[in-house]
Design a protein. Structure first.
Length: 368
């Protein structure tokens, strides 16, 4: 297992705290900051650590150090701009995140602030280590807040997710989670989350197929998926119970949709409809079914969740639930600014609704 050294966290804590206090107006232009000795007592770190943080604040132009007099605030930038780091390990791999970021950038709230796209961690050997290195980069930079999409669940990745969150918490840098919580479903978390109502999405997808007459409805997700998938599966089961449909544990599978043997094993259970945890899984499953000789939707109906760009371009255009991704980004930025203004607010779980988009894969195509 990779080792992650918490280099620079003490310095980052001092730097980020003082930077935030200057930007918030606690220390006004011309104010004299506490002496290094006083800051050492306040933060409990060494004089070297405090001195390094003050030098970095001076480099940013926020303070000036006057020989024989002390350290004084020069003030934040004229616009009072804040900078927010984007810590999204799946950016470029999971199609929902890029439009979320675009939604942030297009928001009227973003006009005077900066979104920082991380760099410099691309040589790390694993996605988990790249995420940690990027977190360290943002801590060193002293950003005002972090938008974090946690890594999908494995024991190593869960440990890194928690380490990242703990590092920003200790530096008192606000964290807003995008799309998914840190903790397994349905455990409530300690950070703000903005995404869709995943349980409702799973229920709507399943209910749509049940209304079309499906009697043996399956649910498919990849192994080690995000906590959102557990919520979607819970919604799928909820729809089955609500409609009095067959609940067969053999029909809920965590499998590799490219593994034809695993897909063939599922099809031996004779499902007539499949709710896929997301569109990526649905697309891969559709191709595997075609290779095995099954026709969608004649032999089995498919529904996905997300409505990514290629959903309508699959061999059989995919029925899916459309995430309001750009709106999620805009709402997340608003949540971040509220969190900075009111740090004592309890954690908020903001869930937006999805829109059902009906295409050919469910067997009930209608023009929209």
């Amino acid at each position: 297992m990779s080792q992650f050294a918490p280099t620079g966290l003490k310095h980052a804590h001092v730097f980020a705290t003082l930077r935030r206090e200057i930007q918030s107006g606690r220390w006004r232009v011309g104010d004299r900051l506490p002496s290094e000795a006083e800051l050492v007592r306040r933060f409990g770190h060494s004089r070297i650590t405090v001195g390094r943080a003050l030098r970095d604040l001076q480099v940013e132009g926020l303070i000036e150090r006057r020989a024989g007099s002390g350290t004084y605030v020069r003030g934040p930038s004229a616009s009072g701009a804040l900078s927010f780091g984007l810590l999204i390990p799946d950016l470029g791999e999971t199609d929902i995140f890029e439009p979320m970021c675009q939604g942030m950038m297009d928001s009227p709230l973003a006009r005077q602030h900066a979104l920082v796209w991380g760099s410099g961690a691309g040589d790390a050997p694993s996605k988990a280590e790249r995420a940690w290195q990027l977190a360290l980069h943002y801590l060193e930079r002293g950003v005002s807040g972090i938008f974090f999409a946690p890594l999908e669940h494995t024991p190593e990745r869960d440990a890194v997710n928690q380490r990242i969150a703990r590092a920003f918490d200790e530096a008192r840098i606000p964290l807003v989670l995008l799309d998914r919580p840190l903790d397994p479903y349905p455990i409530p978390g300690r950070h703000d989350v903005v995404g869709i109502d995943n349980r409702a999405a799973g229920a709507v997808a399943a209910d749509h197929l049940l209304r079309l007459g499906c009697q043996r409805l399956a649910f498919v997700a990849i192994p080690h998926a995000a906590a959102t998938v557990d919520a979607r599966e819970a919604g799928y089961r909820e729809a089955l119970y609500t409609r009095g449909a067959l609940v067969d544990r053999a029909l809920a599978r965590r499998l590799d949709p490219d593994d034809e043997e695993a897909v063939a094993s599922l099809m031996r259970e004779r499902p007539d409809g499949i709710v896929c945890a997301n569109d990526r899984t649905a697309g891969r499953l559709m191709h595997a079914l075609r290779r095995l000789g099954y026709s969608v939707p004649r032999d089995v109906r498919l529904v996905g969740i997300d409505d990514v760009e290629y959903a309508s371009l699959l061999p059989v255009p995919l029925t899916t639930l459309r995430q309001p991704t750009r709106q999620i980004g805009e709402v997340a930025l608003g949540v971040m600014l509220q969190r900075i203004a009111q740090r004592d607010l309890p954690p908020r779980d903001t869930r937006l609704s999805c829109e059902l988009v009906v295409r050919e894969s469910c067997g009930a195509r209608r023009d929209r």
